[in-house]
Design a protein around this ligand. Structure first.
Ligand SMILES: Nc1ncnc2c1ncn2[C@@H]1O[C@H](COP(=O)(O)OP(=O)(O)OP(=O)(O)O)[C@@H](O)[C@H]1O
Ligand SMILES: [Mg+2]
Length: 303
C-alpha cells in the first residue's frame, strides 16, 4: 500500500522536484534545463508535454528514461524508480531525432530492435507483422530506410518503440516534420494506442494537434511547469455559453439575441463557426485524393 510519501503504482509517471542543471564552463554559468518539476501521469491517459523550444521537454523525457541523471529530485514509472530494470521494461521511446541504420529495411529494423529486447522466433515474427500493420507500413517493409519519407521514418520509429509491448510510451515530437496527413495518421495511432490500454506521454509545440488527442497537458517554460490539468478544465471559459444552430434566419438570430439580453446575458455575439486551417487543408487534400476514385462528392465547408 502506498503512504503519502511513497509513489503510487496507479500512476504511470510520478515526478517530484525533478531538476537538471548543466554547467556551462565557457559561459561560467549553470543552465537550469528542468527546474523543480512535479508531474503525474495516470495509467491509460494521453498526456501532452508542451512548451516552446528549449523549455525542457526532451530533458524531462530523457530523465524519465534514465538516459540522463537528474541533478535533484526523483521520478517513478508505475511505482518503480526510473533507473530500475523493472521501470525500463515497461517503457517504449520514440526519440526526437531517431537514428536508424539506413541500409536496413522496415522488417529488418524491427527485427533488430526486437532482438535487442530479447525477442526471437515466432513471437518476434508475429509482433513485426502486427506492428507493420498497426503503423501502416506495408508498402515500406521491404524498402531500405534510406528511401523512407520523414512520415515513414516516424512510423517505423513508433513501431520500434512498441516492439516489446510496453505499457507506457514516451514520444518526443512524434509529428515533427510530418505533413498534415501523416501527422493526422500518427495522432489516430496515438488514440488507438490509448484504446489498447497504453499510456502515452508525448511532447510537442503544435498546440492544435495536442488539443486533439491529449486528455491532460502540462505547459513548460524555461524548465518550469506553468500549468497542468485536463484540457477540458483548462480550456473551458466558465462564464461563457455558446449555441450553434443551422439555418437560422437573420430575423430569428436577432430575436434570440434580444431574448438572451432580456435574460441577463451580456456581450452577446453572433457569428458562424470557423474551420481551422488544418481542417480545411485535410478536407481539400483528402478530396483531391478521393477524387481519383469515382462517386466521391466534393466536400462543403461544414464541420
Ligand atoms: N547536454 C546539454 N548541455 C547543456 N545544455 C543542454 C544540454 N541538453 C539540453 N540543454 C539545454 O537545456 C534546455 C532544455 O533543452 P530541451 O532539449 O530539454 O528543450 P525542449 O523543450 O525539448 O526543446 P525543443 O522544443 O527545441 O525540442 C535548453 O536550453 C538546452 O539548450
Ligand atoms: Mg526537445
Amino acid at each position: 500500500m502506498s503512504t503519502p510519501d511513497s509513489p503510487k503504482t496507479d500512476l504511470a509517471v510520478e515526478i517530484r522536484s525533478l531538476t537538471k542543471r548543466y554547467a556551462l564552463p565557457w559561459k561560467r554559468k549553470v543552465l537550469v534545463a528542468v527546474d523543480q518539476l512535479n508531474l503525474t501521469v495516470r495509467r491509460g491517459e494521453v498526456f501532452g508535454l508542451l512548451g516552446p523550444n528549449g523549455s525542457g521537454k526532451s530533458t524531462t523525457l530523457k530523465m524519465l528514461l534514465s538516459l540522463i541523471k537528474p541533478s535533484e529530485g526523483e521520478a517513478w514509472i508505475f511505482g518503480q524508480p526510473v533507473d530500475t530494470i523493472e521501470a525500463r521494461r515497461t517503457v517504449g521511446f520514440l526519440p526526437e531525432n531517431p537514428y536508424f541504420y539506413k541500409f536496413l529495411n522496415g522488417d529488418e529494423t524491427l527485427r533488430f530492435y526486437g532482438g535487442l529486447a530479447g525477442m526471437q522466433g515466432i513471437a518476434l515474427d508475429n509482433k513485426i507483422e502486427e506492428l507493420i500493420k498497426l503503423v501502416g507500413l506495408e508498402n515500406g517493409r521491404d524498402r531500405p530506410l534510406s528511401a523512407y519519407s520523414k512520415g515513414m521514418l516516424q512510423r517505423i520509429g513508433l513501431a520500434q518503440a512498441l516492439i516489446h509491448d510496453p505499457e507506457l510510451l514516451f514520444l518526443d515530437e512524434p509529428t515533427a516534420g510530418v505533413d498534415p496527413i501523416g501527422s493526422r495518421e500518427i495522432r489516430d495511432l496515438i488514440v488507438r494506442l490509448r484504446d489498447m490500454g497504453k499510456t502515452v506521454v508525448f511532447s510537442s509545440h503544435l498546440l492544435e494537434q495536442v488539443q486533439e488527442v491529449a486528455d491532460r497537458v502540462a505547459i513548460m517554460s524555461l524548465g518550469k511547469k506553468m500549468v497542468e490539468g485536463s484540457l477540458n478544465d483548462l480550456l473551458t471559459v466558465q462564464d461563457r455559453t455558446q449555441f450553434i444552430a443551422q439555418d437560422l434566419s437573420p430575423a430569428a438570430q436577432e430575436e434570440v439575441r434580444q431574448l438572451i439580453e432580456q435574460r441577463g446575458g451580456r456581450n452577446v455575439s453572433v457569428s458562424s463557426p470557423k474551420l481551422s486551417l488544418e481542417q480545411l487543408f485535410l478536407k481539400t487534400v483528402e478530396y483531391e485524393r478521393a477524387a481519383q476514385k469515382p462517386g466521391v462528392a466534393k466536400p462543403t465547408n461544414e464541420r
